[in-house]
Design a protein around this ligand. Structure first.
Ligand code: SAM
Length: 374
């Protein structure tokens, strides 16, 4: 896969993050190209901010970085790393990278949105923009034709203003919205629900996995979290709102708990939930990371994981596989990895390749809970 994007006599070298040898996937898509082509003839003010929401691996941030002060908003630690790497490889000026909960810059001249997968995040962002934007600001969103439904366009109309779409090019489409300040409404509160048998109350920002109710996999895993005096360091890998790590902290109050997620909204929710559900958070840490990058070898006794099993619309186990390999690396000898997975994904077979012993400790029609020992 060639990493060069060439448009309008300009070439950018763009890679995904993490950078992998023999990568087969491009770091940009047709929607990025459509946006760049559309904005090419615009006369941008070099002083006034351009705001970019949900860039994927940095194609948009890199393209506009030398044209105006760019603020790029992302919920993803992985995107943040990709943008930073790609700016540096292309010798471009730095851009301001903020997460979705941070304040947006005032008076942007142009707002560019890559349509997020999650409509709750989209609605949240449109409401945030309606508060901020001046009436003359242009908002252009790009997405895949098959993901722009009439219900999606209704969200733009409801939360931001009058909306029109472009023709499709290479299966991508643009959405143009003019800001209608009279639609400004109070920002929605995070969702909150309880887990009855476990006495937990979980609060979730818009982009957190399963933010309307507890995921059925997560619920099943809650019953298999062990309590042992010899655990010093426990990790909840892919923590989401922190339900697993918080339960582990309750069962093992003597242990250090580290919750890890690549979504900043998940990290924020997990921190707030720990405050809400634990008597103390002294031994409870939450960090944004790509899997367990930069964690020391042999530094944990137990890793708990409800891994992601799809990326976009594709069922995949490549992130889960990275999580298992990272867990194997950072566990101490005899350390345990406990995971939940859909039966069809055959995690038992995969874990057996890298762990000394793998047992099934729970199962129902849909899921298995596996314990792998190093
Ligand atoms: N533990 C929570 C639960 O059981 O409800 C959430 C589990 S959800 C299936 C998987 C989580 O992994 C999501 O919160 C997602 O943001 C996170 N994730 C995906 N890719 C990741 C990565 N590369 N590094 C860290 N976390 C990741």
């Amino acid at each position: 896969m060639k990493p060069e994007l060439t448009l309008h006599q300009r070439t950018l070298t763009l890679t995904r993050f993490p950078v992998r040898k023999n990568e087969t996937l491009q770091a940009w898509d047709a929607a990025d190209e459509y946006l760049i082509n559309h904005c090419h003839t615009m006369d941008l003010d070099p002083q006034r901010p351009v705001l970019i929401l949900n860039d994927n691996f940095g194609a948009l941030s890199c393209w506009f970085a030398n044209q105006a002060p760019v603020t790029t908003v992302t919920d993803s630690f992985i995107t943040q790393q990709a943008i930073t790497n790609n700016l540096s490889v292309n010798n471009l000026p730095t851009v301001t990278i903020i997460d979705c909960l941070a304040d947006l810059p005032a008076e942007p001249q142009l707002v560019i949105i890559k349509q997020p997968k999650n409509n709750r995040l989209l609605s949240w962002q449109l409401q945030q923009l309606c508060h901020l934007l001046p009436q003359d600001c242009m908002v252009i969103t790009a997405g895949k034709v098959k993901e722009i439904h009439s219900s999606t366009l209704k969200l733009f109309e409801k939360y931001l203003g009058e909306t029109k779409t472009s023709l499709a090019v290479k299966k991508a489409r643009l959405i143009f919205t003019s800001v209608n300040k009279s639609l400004t409404a109070p920002m929605p509160q995070p969702t909150s629900w309880t887990v009855p048998n476990h006495n937990l109350t979980m609060t979730n920002y818009a982009n957190v996995f399963s933010s309307d109710s507890l995921d059925i996999g997560g619920r099943f895993l809650l019953d298999f979290i062990p309590s042992k005096s010899q655990y010093n360091d426990i990790i909840d890998l892919g923590c989401g709102n922190g339900v697993i790590g918080i339960k582990a902290a309750r069962l093992n109050p003597h242990a250090n708990i580290t919750c890890v997620d690549e979504s900043f909204m998940a990290v924020a929710s997990c921190r707030e939930n720990a405050q809400l559900n634990l008597p103390t958070t002294e031994k409870f840490n939450v960090i944004a990371s790509n899997c367990l990058d930069n964690f020391d070898n042999q530094s944990a006794d137990l890793v708990l994981c409800n891994p992601p099993f799809h990326q976009n619309n594709t069922i995949t186990d490549h992130i889960a596989w990275q999580m298992f390999c990272d867990a194997q690396r950072i566990l101490r000898q005899q350390g345990e990895l406990i995971i939940i997975g859909n039966r069809q994904l055959k995690y038992h077979e995969k874990l057996s390749r890298i762990f000394a012993k793998v047992d099934t400790i729970g199962s129902n029609d849909k899921f298995v809970v596996l314990r792998a020992i190093k």
